[in-house]
Design a protein around this ligand. Structure first.
Ligand SMILES: Nc1ncnc2c1ncn2[C@@H]1O[C@H](COP(=O)(O)OP(=O)(O)OP(=O)(O)O)[C@@H](O)[C@H]1O
Ligand SMILES: [Mg+2]
Length: 355
């Protein structure tokens, strides 16, 4: 497809444990992200969401981590084949990432302004040839450092930091959690990346601030046509912002489709369980809240050639523990990996319609 931005093919990332066993955090994942698309990655804690994102940026440290196999085609170039210097060029400029904990990602001894301008200056964002016409009019008479600060202030204003000309000189500890997260967004957007990966960008924030942060992220995405990968547990966020959804379990994609397909026609028993677990206001309060019984799998114990969800699945048959179900097309753009999805989704129709 012409507007393909990122193609992850058969990505496998593992961690070597001290007892010598291998933990397959990402076990053969493939997916495509188009320009401007918002992709949500959903899955339980430990399912491999963060590791798959960090693998795209090649931020997996060896030992104990290792990207064992796969291609990461970004604008047609395989990032796995680039040198570290070439990769540095891409990080922050073409692909940037917002981390779950802003306080750990921000440098406490540098001002917010110094941190935003650092990336702007490293990547030559305010060199004459990289300025838009509008920016030329605004910053044309300044030197590069002044331009970088002016741009940093503009970016802080865009993410609704009050008095950006003053706050740009603040240290991270002088910002609230929500402001730190917004400063991270400003930093991530500083070089107009083609792809922004947001790993649980709002988990540490209270709900109203979460909504603001996401709205800003989404506005910036539209303004700059940035593709966005959002990693989250929150299905409400997914329903509001995502175009497409990848459901991850045990390091594998078990179902993918557009938002409508996933929410209205889920096929995988795990997806169905997730959707059922969302509290509903249209049902009586004494209606039991559905949970998925059992625990997330220990990925160093289950073999690769089986369904990782089998141990918790109400539809599992012995074959599910012997064979890895392939991702099968169930509709245009909708894929599911389950040997018994027909049965699961028949029942889901009833359960999801009336609770
Ligand atoms: N640096 C590391 N060393 C060893 N194991 C790791 C490391 N980072 C991640 N893992 C393991 O890899 C697996 C996948 O972790 P990952 O962080 O991708 O999960 P996640 O889906 O992002 O979970 P969460 O929702 O809690 O953020 C987990 O079993 C985790 O313990
Ligand atoms: Mg994570």
């Amino acid at each position: 497809m012409e507007d393909t931005l990122l193609e992850v093919r058969h990505l496998k990332t593992s961690f070597l444990r001290e007892d010598g066993t291998e933990l397959r955090a990402v076990d053969d994942m493939s997916y495509t992200v188009h320009r401007g698309e918002c992709v949500a990655i959903i899955g339980e804690s430990g399912s491999g969401k963060s590791v798959s994102a960090l693998s795209i940026l090649r931020l997996i440290a060896y030992p104990p981590g290792l990207i064992k196999a796969g291609e990461i085609l970004f604008k047609g170039r395989d990032l796995m084949k680039l040198s570290n210097e070439e990769m540095e060029e891409i990080r922050g400029k073409e692909i940037s990432m917002i981390f779950q904990e802003p306080s750990t990602a921000l440098n406490p001894v540098l001002t917010i302004g110094d941190q935003i301008t650092e990336s702007i200056l490293i990547h030559g964002r305010v060199k004459d040839e990289n300025l838009t016409e509008e920016e030329k009019k605004k910053y044309g008479s300044m030197n590069e450092k002044e331009r970088a600060y002016a741009l940093a202030e503009d970016l802080l204003a865009k993410v609704d930091i009050p008095n950006p000309d003053v706050r740009v000189k603040d240290y991270p500890f002088e910002f609230s959690g929500g402001m730190q997260q917004r400063a991270m967004i400003a930093m991530a957007m500083a070089c107009n990346p083609d792809l922004l990966i947001a790993d649980e960008p709002t988990t540490a924030l209270d709900v109203t601030v979460q909504a603001q942060v996401l709205e800003q992220l989404n506005q910036l995405r539209r303004e700059y046509d940035t593709a966005l990968i959002i990693i989250t547990h929150n299905l409400g966020i997914v329903a509001r912002y995502a175009d497409t959804v990848k459901i991850v379990y045990g390091g594998k994609i078990v179902e993918e489709g557009d938002v409508y397909q996933i929410f209205e026609h889920p096929h995988h028993p795990y997806t169905i369980g997730l959707i059922q677990a969302v509290p509903r206001l249209d049902l009586p309060r004494d209606h039991g809240l559905h949970t998925i019984p059992g625990e997330p799998p220990d990925m160093s114990k289950i073999p690769s050639n089986c369904c990782a969800f089998a141990a918790r699945c109400p539809y599992a048959e012995p074959e599910c523990s012997r064979k890895r179900p392939p991702l099968v097309k169930v509709d245009e753009g909708h894929f599911c990996a389950c040997l018994h999805m027909d049965k699961a989704q028949e029942e889901a129709k009833e359960v999801l319609s009336d609770g």
